[in-house]
Ligand binder design. Structure first.
Ligand SMILES: Cc1ncc(COP(=O)(O)O)c(C=O)c1O
Length: 389
């Protein structure tokens, strides 16, 4: 799978709808090349030195202006820090805010690689069942009390409340309020993975849970989806005393601000106006791909009793094929040249999602997406005839 400089390359001829990666042609290569060149000269040694532990101040200011447009609350200067992307931030949060043996509650289903990152730490993960509309606050309160009744410490809750990976679902306004209320009454801290906020296709993204209660949420944002994942730049908005845990850590003392030069570049990209135009271009490009994928699913898979919801943002469509085991189906799908991620991967210990799967519409063109779904339908058709369970 490797051998180049990118993480993954699909095998020739395969339409790999498992990959939650950007469309290469939508990455703003030339404009970033220009900005990187001018950033080196404009910022001189300051860009190449160790960085401010909070992040470059022009980037922080540009980000505050951007959040004023795409969220319901603007972080104060001391409520924000730059990270090296959300994956690194999840790892940092687990290092800084948990102790061995603590419990971290995770939504089910949830971003499978967040489960992998958290599993690198000596903590226990416990699933909180969600439904098609995302995390259920009552279930969160029940699970918290059940775990505490066993004498264990619930340290954090991890969730993707907006344009979720894998389901595409967003919490309704009522559910966001109910969630913030449970965070307060149970004394919980939410790790809100807000990776897809900028990729909204049917109007603006709903306000973050952080904006609902900035005292109880670590909201993790990233420029991976709205600009380019190779930059490895993201951010966290959180109460000032928690931001200080990042900026006054041993890692910051030794290495300075996270991804410093790339964060300087991101600040320039925002200040130049390129960021806003890139996000607009991504929104229309991915919206068209979302529509192509959803249309193809309706055309080819409805006949098998498939269920899905058309996502209003993000990269993914979650598909349920009642009666089929999507882990078993994968080899038939691979044989006809299409890949996806089986639903079980998004559940702790594979406890759920047997008949579901995740399709990414980010990487491939509309025509390739339609062809990918036609191939998937062939695999489903033959499995249905064989009665695969
Ligand atoms: C929900 C979610 N969080 C985090 C990430 C990774 O973010 P980053 O590239 O900033 O590490 C992804 C990428 O697929 C994602 O889907």
């Amino acid at each position: 799978m490797s051998g180049g400089i990118a993480q993954f390359q699909a095998a020739p001829g395969v339409i790999n709808l498992a990959l939650g990666h950007p469309a290469p042609e939508l990455l703003p290569v030339e404009s970033i090349a220009e900005i990187v060149g001018s950033a080196v000269l404009r910022h001189g040694a300051g860009g190449l030195d160790y960085g401010d532990p909070q992040g470059p101040q022009p980037t922080i200011e540009a980000l505050r202006r951007r959040l004023a447009r795409v969220d319901a609350r603007v972080p104060h200067q001391d409520q924000l820090a730059i990270t090296a992307g959300t994956s690194a931030a999840i790892d940092r949060v687990a290092s800084l805010f948990t102790r061995p043996g603590d419990v971290v509650l995770v939504e089910a289903p949830t971003y499978h690689l967040a489960l992998r990152i958290l599993s690198d730490h000596p903590i226990d993960l416990v699933a909180v069942p969600g439904d098609a509309d995302g995390l259920d606050a009552d279930a969160l309160a029940r699970e918290t009390r059940r775990v505490r009744a066993e004498g264990r410490t619930v340290r954090l809750v991890y969730s993707v409340p907006t344009f979720s990976n894998p389901t595409g679902a967003s919490l309704s306004a009522d559910r966001r309020r109910a969630l913030a209320q449970v965070l307060r009454t149970e004394g919980l801290l939410l790790v809100e993975d807000d990776a897809y906020r900028e990729l909204a296709y049917d109007g603006e993204a709903p306000p973050s849970v952080w904006s609902e209660d900035p005292g109880r949420v670590l909201r993790l944002g990233t420029f991976s989806k709205s600009l380019a994942p190779g930059l490895r730049v993201g951010f966290v908005t959180a109460p000032p005393e928690l931001i200080q845990r990042f900026t006054e850590s041993g890692l910051a003392d030794s290495g300075g601000g996270a991804a410093h030069f790339a964060a300087v570049v991101v600040g320039d990209v925002m200040a130049s106006g390129l960021y806003a135009t890139t996000v607009e271009r991504l929104r229309s490009g991915y919206r068209a791909r979302r529509d192509a994928l959803a249309g193809a699913v309706a055309d080819h898979l409805a006949t098998f009793g498939a269920r899905w919801t058309v996502p209003s943002g993000g990269y993914f469509l979650w598909l349920t094929l009642p009666g089929l085991n999507t882990s078993t189906l994968l080899s038939a799908a691979s044989a006809v040249g299409v890949e996806y991620v089986p639903g079980v991967r998004f559940y702790l210990d594979g406890q759920g999602g047997e008949d579901s799967l995740r399709l990414a519409f980010s990487r491939y063109s509309a025509d390739e997406l339609r062809e990918g779904v036609a191939r998937l339908a062939r695999a489903v058709g033959s499995a249905t005839r064989r009665g695969t369970k």
